[in-house]
Design a protein around this ligand. Structure first.
Ligand SMILES: NC(=O)c1ccc[n+]([C@@H]2O[C@H](COP(=O)([O-])OP(=O)(O)OC[C@H]3O[C@@H](n4cnc5c(N)ncnc54)[C@H](OP(=O)(O)O)[C@@H]3O)[C@@H](O)[C@H]2O)c1
Length: 134
């Protein structure tokens, strides 16, 4: 018989810090290619699959912790293509205006986070605030 974990391993320590009456945001850095509904190209199986799993954790945690903390916002965020070691091998294919410096990505994600309320919890947003389908 498979044990049904309540939370992903390691999350038990974080959960009590989020279950209170104040506004709080738990934002997971995901990626648009982790969206199943937005997959029109195929490819990138391992990365897409891992991020789809992360997205499912985000949704599940939003549902479970939302019952205990009404003002908690738990979301997945797509940062846009950002100039880091991760994107470096693919940057040649990215138009210059679509490759963000890290500081710009941070500012954009913080701006999105500032707009979020409990009604947004359990959803997936891009760097420009647009919602992405799961
Ligand atoms: N860059 C992009 O264009 C882009 C686009 C969309 C989404 N994202 C997402 O943004 C997030 C950050 O990516 P990034 O671009 O900043 O990549 P990055 O520059 O390669 O940084 C990855 C970070 O993750 C840490 N890390 C890697 N494996 C780890 C492990 N097993 N345990 C603990 N830490 C680990 C690395 O630590 P060390 O430095 O110690 O190795 C590093 O700090 C990722 O979730 C990525 O999917 C990035």
């Amino acid at each position: 018989m498979i044990a049904m974990e309540r939370f992903p391993e390691g999350f038990h320590a974080l959960a009590p810090l989020l279950t209170h009456r104040e506004h709080a945001v738990l934002a997971n850095i995901s990626v648009r290619v982790g969206s199943i509904g937005d997959n029109h190209l195929g490819g990138w199986y391992a990365y897409r699959g891992a991020k789809a799993a992360q997205n499912m954790f985000t949704r599940g945690i939003a549902v479970e912790l939302g019952r205990r903390a009404r003002k908690l916002v738990c979301v997945a965020l797509h940062p846009g293509t950002t100039d880091t070691g991760l994107s470096e091998p693919f940057q040649q294919r990215v138009p210059e205006h679509k490759l963000f410096p890290v500081s710009r990505t941070v500012d954009q994600l913080l701006a999105v986070i500032d707009t979020l309320g409990p009604e947004h919890s359990g959803h997936f947003y891009a760097w420009d605030g647009q919602e992405i389908p799961w």
